[in-house]
Design a protein around this ligand. Structure first.
Ligand code: GDP
Ligand code: IMO
Ligand code: MG
Length: 427
């Protein structure tokens, strides 16, 4: 099973970090292929808790080669901060490889992200403020700065000049800010050149050669299907390709080499930031899910919006990504509920929709059609096999599986590595 992608099925924070960590011992490479330090993955190993943003979760597994692919945007200061934090905790980070083609996030794009959000007011996206959107915009606009540009001061200076030519008009004339100087930006970026140089590689070549040797590569998504710039709830999305297609473009591994697409889906739904969310709860049930599920952002600390499981978006994620297996996480959070609503379709102005409405306005007005499944009261956090789950918990998993378009191969019953029920092994 050489190349496996891990994808978020909902709006992020499904537990991708835990799933990657779980498979870490069985793979040779873990590749982050999109996003940047907007991601927040919490991984719990024994009594140790790690919060990762930019680095692939595989960095925690001894022997794994972690890779930052070409599709990632890299905040160099955050990169070294995270690496130093892990080294201080005894993690070996020496294998890390970074694509020469990955783009870097200059300070001016962090400023632009924040000032744009303020400027948008009520129309804001609720970004993480990390400069992600402006850096991907620069990439598409062909004025981005790549990791390899750090090794040629003349080229770097030319590229920064090109980028700032337009941006400084924005800063000074639209946003009423001071202009950014070319010298300051070049200095800011060059400060990292010597330290990053030994990590830089042709990661596409490296990964394809590893696959040729029969080694296993795990591609770990940041964000998720409904935050994908093409397939998500645009414009309330992130600016990268978080779906299975992005795993290829963001790593240099061709689609024909992907063997398995594993989507991580929470047993309920959460979202951070603005945008439509049909099953969102504004009542005590929402507060209950947030408290029990500890639904507060790993990156910004914002309380996550919470709602019931939405089988329409799970089916959509299965289709867009070609999902072969689901990992259903946080089933333990539903323990104690008398009956559990699951959204099976939407009602839009009296018309039933079994698929995601093509029109965003319809999605904004979608009212969930619920089916109610019986709950359970037994503590399930100690279950290690499907048979050990109470009958109603098993029935919930089976019902959700039947609605969601792919088999549920793994069920999460707690944050730790061990708190996992495997129905079908993923590697
Ligand atoms: P990611 O961004 O997809 O990696 O997810 P996050 O790490 O942002 O959020 C998932 C949270 O749920 C983390 O705090 C995990 O430790 C936790 N978690 C993952 N799986 C489970 C599970 O099955 N049960 C419980 N209770 N917590 C889980
Ligand atoms: P992980 O990898 C949840 C959301 C932000 C905002 C929108 C755009 O932990 O699942 P951005 O800063 O990316 O331009 O913000 O996307 N967002 C996430 N929400 N989990 C994430 O990552 C997210 N990364 C970005 O809240 O609504
Ligand atoms: Mg997260």
């Amino acid at each position: 099973m050489p190349a496996i992608a891990i994808i978020g099925a909902q709006w992020g924070d499904e537990g991708k970090g835990k799933a990657t960590d779980l498979l870490g011992g069985s793979v040779d490479y873990v590749v982050k292929f999109n996003g940047g330090n907007n991601a927040g993955h919490t991984v719990v190993i024994g009594d140790q808790k790690y919060a990762l943003h930019l680095l692939p979760s595989g960095i925690l597994t001894p022997g794994v080669t972690p890779v930052i692919g070409n599709g990632v945007v890299v905040d160099l200061a955050v990169l070294f901060e995270e690496l130093e934090g892990l080294v201080a905790r005894g993690v070996d980070v020496s294998r890390l490889k970074i694509s020469a083609n990955a783009h870097v996030i200059p300070d001016y794009n962090r400023s632009l992200d924040k000032v744009t959000e303020r400027f948008l007011g009520k129309r804001r996206i609720g970004t993480t403020g990390r400069g992600i959107g402006p850096t991907y915009a620069d990439k598409m606009n062909r004025v981005g700065i790549r990791v390899q540009d750090l090794f040629d001061e003349k080229i770097l200076t030319q590229k920064v000049e090109g980028a700032l030519e337009v941006k400084n008009h924005l800063f000074t004339k639209v946003y009423n800010r001071r202009a950014v100087t070319v010298e300051d930006t070049v200095e800011e970026l060059l400060a990292f050149a010597d330290r990053v140089a030994p990590m830089v590689a042709d990661t596409g070549l490296l990964l394809n050669q590893a696959l040729d040797r029969g080694e296993t590569v795990l591609l770990e998504a940041g964000q998720a299907t409904l935050l994908d710039v093409d397939h998500g709830t645009y414009p309330f999305v992130t600016s990268s390709s978080a779906t299975a297609g992005g795993a290829c473009t963001g790593s240099g591994i061709p689609p024909t080499r992907l063997d398995r697409i594993v989507a991580i889906v929470k047993a309920y739904t959460t979202r951070v930031g603005e945008g439509p969310f049909p099953t969102e709860l504004f009542d005590a049930d929402g507060d209950h899910l947030r408290e029990v599920g500890a639904e507060f952002g790993t990156t910004t600390g914002r309380p996550r919006r919470c709602g019931w499981y939405d089988a329409v978006i799970a089916r959509y994620a299965a289709r867009v990504n070609g999902v072969t297996d689901f990992v259903l996480t946080k089933l333990d959070v539903l323990t104690g509920l008398e009956r559990i609503p699951v959204c099976v379709a939407y009602d839009v102005g009296g018309v039933r929709h079994d698929e995601m409405p093509v029109n965003q306005t319809d999605f904004h007005h979608a009212v969930p059609v619920y089916e109610y499944l019986p709950g359970w009261t037994e503590d399930i956090s100690g279950a290690r096999s499907f048979e050990e789950l109470p009958a109603n918990a098993r029935a919930y998993v089976e019902a959700v599986e039947a609605m969601s378009g792919a088999r549920i191969s793994v069920v999460g019953v707690g944050p730790s590595r061990a708190a996992t029920v495997v129905r079908h092994p993923l590697v």
